[in-house]
Design a protein around this ligand. Structure first.
Ligand code: FAD
Ligand code: N01
Length: 536
């Protein structure tokens, strides 16, 4: 139990998590003279890139964009080697940053924050960890990640399975040897689509268990052209500034976007889509500006990709199973390296578990409603309890003992994705209600960290102790997040953006769509004296 007499340490701020967000938060708070302790569950920094070590893991925002921009020397010094950096390279990068800034001495690894309780008398947060620490902090900053709480389906018999099972989001550090093995991959989201081609090359036989077919475009990953790197570095500041003005905070220097797919003739569209398909990556979704706003426009792109799938996959039955039936981009678009081609291998089968659901794991493998599959290794590529999972994994108690779980029982409610009423001085980096997962996340993280640190410094300068959102600001923001989403096609399918992948999770659209509008709103709030917040 938390209690003032057990407190071991008093700090200004506790930060939970040491991914891109926690590391940058530590650096900025230190620079501002704020005493800080960081707790991280893993044995090292990196977050996503520490945990997701599955074969083929890499970013789908280009390396030159998917990196910190706060330090010009750092962004000039670091040399990315591929268009889309691999997980080991991103992990090496974040370790390089942590070492360069001497961050690790203030991070306690292998330690989970299990509880954070507001002591209303002192206004401070009492923070308990799995290692038995109890700290008192004025500010509690959750840098716990949007995609850090893994979702493993509650399939009966998991314990009875005598083979090896792994989740892509908690991949063993010494790797998994698939050589000659009978492998099952459950799921066909980004993690599966990246890992399946590589697992298929190693495995004796691979069975993919698909519930929802997904759209994917070729990544066309390649060694990074030194000329491209030099061009970006020639004006990195300008490059970042242009990206900041883009709806997703990325892709600014991609040329040839058009306004509406519906204004083009079928032949023009064909040429247009072919060009974007061949250049590779998620920018395909930005080829026309109306793809996520108009179902008819979207359908033209969807049909193009569907045709590509049918052209690629030689067995027509398998090809039809791989044709998605939702709006393109409604679930996060994937960028792959030979995903659909993998189904032409003799050692790969696809099984539809929407038609015949998974029923149980058996000692020898897996049983669906229709058949038994003998497997040595099962890979759960089943994703995450996104955006709220890691936060609700901590017993957070605010005013009057209100738990965050109770407050968010019908879905997360925040003001700007930064704070939630009833939990003063508790910040969430890329929390629900902020652009987060619908932006290039590193700039989104930097923007949040910069805002939070400026807020803390401003409070210190004004001798203020506490900040809390007002209920009216929070209610208006939640409505606004939903109103914006409803103008788009995003809420039209069962995506994790809506929590639909986790049984019994409230169906609420969680990210805010529109990075530049959001940044402008955050700046306006500050310019208006922290409008929508009460500071005392
Ligand atoms: P994380 O990296 O998730 O770090 C959070 C940390 O908090 C974790 O290390 C976790 O262990 C720790 N933690 C959580 N709870 C506790 C607790 N109670 N106590 C102690 N520690 C705790 N985004 C993009 O923009 N572009 C991409 O290309 C891209 N690729 C991705 C690929 C994969 C495989 C995945 C899973 C996500 C990808 N993302 C991408 C999203 C990615 O999560 C973010 O880009 C970014 O890395 C998030 O950083 P973070 O620090 O906010 O969170
Ligand atoms: O997870 P997902 P992910 N029975 O939720 C299926 C980022 N990321 O780890 O669609 C059977 O997308 C589920 O089926 P359905 C990126 O933001 C980026 O792949 O719910 N199947 C789905 O097919 C991404 O969006 C990269 O019907 C079950 C799959 O498992 C996010 O992380 C790489 C099931 C889960 O797909 C999450 O991606 C990796 C069940 N009970 C991740 N439960 C890049 O490329 C779930 N599924 C940069």
């Amino acid at each position: 139990m938390s209690g003032a007499n057990q407190i071991r340490e008093q700090v200004d701020a506790v930060v939970v998590g040491a991914g891109f967000a926690g590391c940058y938060m530590l650096h900025r708070l230190r620079g501002a003279g704020v005493s800080v302790r960081v707790f991280e569950k893993g044995t090292g920094v990196g977050g996503t890139w520490y945990w997701n070590r599955y074969p083929g893991a890499r970013c789908d925002i280009e390396s030159m964009e998917y990196s910190y921009q706060f330090d010009e020397d750092l962004q000039q010094d670091w040399e990315w080697t591929e268009r889309y950096a691999s997980q080991p390279e991103i992990l090496a990068y974040i370790n390089h940053v942590a070492d360069r800034l001497d961050l690790k001495r203030d991070i306690q690894f292998e330690t989970s924050v299990v509880r954070a309780v507001l002591d209303e008398e002192s206004g401070r947060w009492l923070v308990d960890t799995s290692a038995g620490d109890l700290l008192s902090a004025q500010f509690c900053i959750m840098a716990t990640g949007c995609l850090s709480s893994t979702n493993t389906p509650d399939v009966p018999g998991l314990d009875s399975f005598e083979g090896n099972w792994v989740h892509t989001g908690q991949w063993p550090h010494d790797g998994v040897d698939f050589t000659g093995k009978r492998v099952g991959v459950i799921g066909t989201g980004s993690s599966a689509i990246q890992s399946i081609p590589i697992i298929a090359e190693q495995a004796g036989h691979l069975t993919v268990f698909q519930r929802t077919a997904n759209y994917s475009v070729p990544a066309h990953n390649a060694p990074l052209d030194p000329a491209v790197q030099a061009k970006v570095k020639g004006d990195y500041v300008g490059f970042r500034a242009r990206n900041k003005e883009m709806p997703f905070g990325a892709f600014a220097d991609v040329e040839g976007r058009e306004e509406s797919a519906l204004l083009a003739s079928p032949d023009e569209r064909e040429v247009h889509y072919e060009k974007w398909w061949n250049s590779g990556g998620l920018t395909f979704l930005a080829s026309y500006a109306d793809l996520m706003f108009d179902a008819n426009a979207n359908d033209t792109a969807a049909q193009f990709v569907q045709r590509k799938i049918r052209e690629t996959v030689t067995d027509p039955v398998t090809a039809e199973m791989l044709i998605p039936d939702q709006v393109l981009g409604c679930k996060r678009l994937c960028a792959d390296s030979g995903y659909f081609e993998t189904y032409n291998r003799d050692n790969v089968d696809l099984v539809d578990v929407r038609k015949a659901p998974l029923q149980e794991l058996t000692p020898n493998g897996l049983r669906t409603r229709d058949a038994d599959f003998e497997l040595d290794t099962i890979v759960f590529a089943t994703g995450f309890d996104a955006m709220t999972g890691a936060l609700l994994g901590i017993d957070i108690r605010g005013r009057n003992g209100l738990t965050l779980a109770d407050k968010w029982s019908a879905g997360p409610r925040t003001y700007l994705g930064l704070m939630t009423v009833g939990f003063p001085n508790l910040f969430t980096v890329t929390g629900p209600g902020s652009p987060s997962v619908l932006a290039n996340m590193v700039p989104a993280i930097e923007q949040h960290v910069d805002w939070i640190v400026a807020c803390i410094v401003d409070m210190r300068d004004a001798s203020l102790q506490q900040i809390e959102a007002t209920i009216s600001a929070e209610d208006e923001w939640v409505d606004h997040v939903n109103d914006v989403a409803s103008l788009t096609l995003y809420p039209s399918c069962n995506s994790w953006y809506l929590g639909a992948n986790v049984p019994n999770k409230p169906r609420v659209f969680m990210p805010y769509i529109g990075f530049p509008t959001y940044v402008a709103k955050c700046e306006e709030v500050v310019a208006n004296g922290y409008e929508g917040f009460v500071r005392t």
